[in-house]
Design a protein around this ligand. Structure first.
Ligand code: HEM
Length: 276
């Protein structure tokens, strides 16, 4: 991860998001890493992942180094959990002990990827219920959303928010519109903007300061601070990095424990992209 981040600091964000997209789809079982084949439909072309999920080559590199050192021992699911933790730490965030022993799935579910991963236009109650469906409470949800303190997003994911919502700082909306043309233009869908305007390559609590200042990039981000149940927590995290860091680390362990495959129900893949 250190080598990958030297090449491109954004990669830490991409790996962290891959882990989330793995865990919310039938548990943390590396299903997100499986390639499509003519007879197998994976999750990479599900709506939340298509043209969006990245970092697969970095996981491949780690896996081949681990295989060379000790073949058939460390699952792709565990590698992803460890790589996500290390990304956060190397970018300035907290560290935590990752429980290990996950096995890799022999199946994937594009359908579950499309239904379980919340969209950026979700409102607060949808966000809370989609995390509750995974055994995560509203506090976990708000803490985990702090992952948006790093990384980039495509115009298509935040266009509606900057053009149509009113709970947004007007100067921030104007700034984002300058590189994300309106729907009538029919262009710019893939233009990138940092999710956290203040420090997109640093794992800090600036994301929550953005929300308090009505500078959340997604509609769903700003839902966490829009007069609802999470306002108090967002304000606390915006003022207190340590409070956020502790809750984030605990919630990452909880997310990493969603429905692990153990024993003979899974396998240790040799290549993270294909079942053995
Ligand atoms: C709460 C519901 C969430 C929604 C609606 C959401 C939505 C999104 C969207 C739309 C993007 C931009 C994708 C693109 O433009 O290609 C994104 C990026 C990202 N998300 Fe989330 N997300 C959520 C929760 C999370 C969680 C729980 C994590 C991790 C713990 C996470 C980590 C990230 C990261 C790090 C990025 C940037 C990735 C990169 O730069 O490659 N998100 N998210």
């Amino acid at each position: 991860m250190r080598q990958a981040l030297v090449k491109e600091p954004r990669m830490g964000a991409s790996i962290l998001r891959l882990f989330f997209h793995d865990c919310f789809v039938n548990g943390c079982d590396a299903s997100v890493l499986l390639d499509d084949t003519p007879t197998f439909t994976g999750e990479k072309n599900a709506l939340p992942n298509q043209n969006s999920a990245r970092g697969f080559d970095v996981i491949d590199t780690i896996k081949s180094n681990v295989e060379a050192a000790c073949s058939g021992t460390v699952s792709c699911a565990d590698i992803l959990a460890l790589a996500a933790r290390t990304s956060v730490f190397l970018l300035g965030g907290p560290s935590w002990i990752v429980p290990l022993g996950r096995m890799d799935a022999k199946i994937a579910s594009q359908n579950a990827a499309n239904t379980n991963l919340p969209p950026p236009f979700a409102n607060l109650s949808t966000l809370i219920s989609s995390f509750a469906a995974q055994g995560l409470n509203a506090r976990d949800m708000t803490a985990l959303s702090g992952a948006h303190t790093i990384g980039q997003a495509r115009c298509t994911t935040f266009r509606d928010h900057i053009y149509n919502d009113t709970n947004i700082d007007p100067s921030f909306a104007t700034l984002r519109k300058s590189t994300c043309p309106g729907p009538a233009s029919g262009t710019g869908d893939d233009n990138l903007a940092p999710i956290d305007i203040l420090s997109p390559n640093r794992f800090d609590n600036a994301y929550f300061q953005d929300l308090v200042n009505r500078r959340g990039l997604f509609h769903s981000d700003q839902e966490l601070f829009n007069g609802g149940s999470q306002d108090r927590l967002v304000r606390l995290y915006s003022l207190n990095f340590a409070a956020f860091a502790i809750d984030f680390a605990n919630a990452m362990v909880k997310m990493g424990n969603i429905s692990p495959l153990t024993g003979s129900s899974g396998e240790i893949r040799k290549n993270c992209r294909i079942i053995n």
